[in-house]
Design a protein around this ligand. Structure first.
Ligand code: GLC
Length: 469
């Protein structure tokens, strides 16, 4: 089968969040299963672009309202990532340093989607599946079916994977003039609540839709930022497929980012050596349980409660634990987490920013990973933590509910709580301290974590079955 993944992010080319990790891994595993999976994404001005070789494979142009845009598709020459990688260059629009957060993002991603559809329409053969990810690419199925120039693509099957339904790619109806000449009778496919809604359109038009866990899909039926009715209408073609992790990247035995590699037999010494590095660097105490948070500092992740959760825990539990936070996002959250470092010196520290190497070191050296997410479609961090023998402390939501079993249950290996509140975070910390104190049983649970298989092989198969269906 030939599958074309279309995405705004793909690790290691450009990654902002979990979307990048998934699109950087799933195609590799689909290729390993004997299929041809390719990735196409915008050509941003990233380090990756300058450090790798590319060749031009297609040049084309299209009209976008009053504009006439030229685009170039380049292909990475060496197949460095285990799949063919194609980048779309549109001068002045996509060739920027960041992935998102420009004022003209709507126009940028619309131009990207048109270029991709236009490019595929010039192929001499049809791929079996066009697999689009999140709202930035969700208009492609519509364009393949309803734009007059691209209608010969209509028989190709399409899959939309929703990594996060909070963001839907809304735009005013004035943007409709920028979509290449389309069948105006079909306006209802673009519309949701009097706006063009890219994600809603993708849900209506894609052959199949999936979210990245079953738990999240169930939640979306009840609460989906305005799309719950649509999810219920389309539920027959919606599936939940939990993400895997790339075990070539996230593997304590091979990881070149961490100071001390380890495997099941050497886990205790290995984790301690990695913890020592962190404790030295961040002035923390190796004898106390180290609880870390890694991720975007936004409300969806419950990061707004970290300052209170951390200070209350330190105060009420007499500093019996240490905290370390790595992330960036909301400026207010960033500054309160940053300023707390002085106040709780020796108990807490933070690094504001994105740092892949430090993230790996933290998974390897920490004892616990806190994820008090309000919304978590799948969550990859808890899976990375498990692979490094770090116990996840998670709110029971979406993919976290599906992938973490509380130690109170048989075969459990994590700490679960029901609500994103300061009180529940403190209670989870209290449980963590007690678990840490029982060193022998904690060591056994760590081995249990390492034995869990969250590799992509299984999920990659499930995606293939979805395509076949
Ligand atoms: C988004 C979600 C996260 C998920 C990731 C990859 O970032 O917030 O839960 O794991 O996409 O699917």
């Amino acid at each position: 089968m030939e599958i074309i993944h279309v995405s705004a992010e793909c690790y290691p080319v450009a990654k902002v969040g979990g979307l990048g990790d998934v699109v950087g891994a799933l195609p590799k595993y689909q290729n390993k299963l004997g299929h041809i999976a390719k990735v196409v994404m915008p050509m941003y001005l990233t380090k990756y672009l300058y450090e790798h070789q590319f060749e031009v494979v297609h040049k084309g142009s299209f009209g976008m309202g009053p504009y006439h845009l030229d685009y170039t598709v380049i292909k990475e020459v060496t197949n460095h990532n285990g799949f063919d990688l194609y980048l779309v260059d549109i001068f002045g629009l996509l060739d920027r340093e960041n992935v998102y957060s420009y004022d003209d993002d709507t126009f940028r991603f619309l131009s990207f989607q048109i270029a991709v559809t236009d490019w595929i329409s010039h192929w001499r053969h049809h791929p079996d599946v066009v697999h689009v990810h999140d709202h930035h690419t969700a208009l492609i199925p519509f364009m393949m079916q309803n734009c007059f120039d691209y209608r010969h693509l209509a028989p190709i099957k399409t899959v939309l994977t929703i990594h996060n339904a909070q963001y839907q790619g809304w735009m005013g109806w004035d943007m409709a003039q920028n979509i290449p000449s389309w069948d105006q009778w079909k306006w209802g496919l673009l519309d949701w609540d009097k706006n063009i809604n890219s994600l809603a359109c993708g849900i209506k038009c894609a052959s199949k839709v999936n979210t990245v866990s079953n738990g999240y899909l169930e939640e979306l039926m009840r609460s989906a930022n305005g799309l719950e009715f649509l999810f219920n209408l389309e539920r027959q073609k919606c599936y939940g497929i939990v993400n895997g992790i790339d075990t070539e990247v996230w593997n304590p035995t091979l990881d070149s980012y961490i100071e001390s590699n380890f495997e099941e037999d050497t886990i205790e010494a290995g984790k301690l050596a990695n913890k020592q590095i962190l404790c030295n660097q961040f002035n923390l105490d190796i004898n106390k349980p180290l609880i870390v948070f890694i991720g975007r500092l936004v409300e969806d992740k419950g990061a707004d409660l970290l300052p209170a959760g951390i200070s209350d825990s330190i105060i009420y539990m007499q500093g019996k634990m240490n905290f370390l936070v790595l992330g960036s996002g909301n400026k207010n959250i960033e500054s309160s987490l940053d300023s707390m470092s002085h106040h709780y010196f020796g108990y807490y520290n933070s690094r504001i920013g994105y740092n892949e190497k430090l993230a790996h070191q933290m998974y390897a050296g920490a004892d616990f990973l806190l994820m008090p997410s309000r919304v978590e479609p799948c969550g990859l961090n808890q899976l990375y933590a498990l692979a490094y023998g770090t116990m996840p402390m998670v709110r029971r939501t979406g993919g976290l509910k599906d992938t973490v079993k509380d130690i109170g249950e048989e075969g459990g290996f994590g700490i679960c709580f029901n609500d994103t509140t300061v009180g529940e975070i403190c209670h989870a910390v209290y449980r963590a301290i007690n678990i840490f104190d029982e060193q022998k049983s904690f060591a056994l649970i760590r081995k249990r974590m390492l034995a869990i298989d969250h590799s992509w092989e299984k999920s990659a198969e499930i995606y293939l079955n979805l395509y076949k269906s």
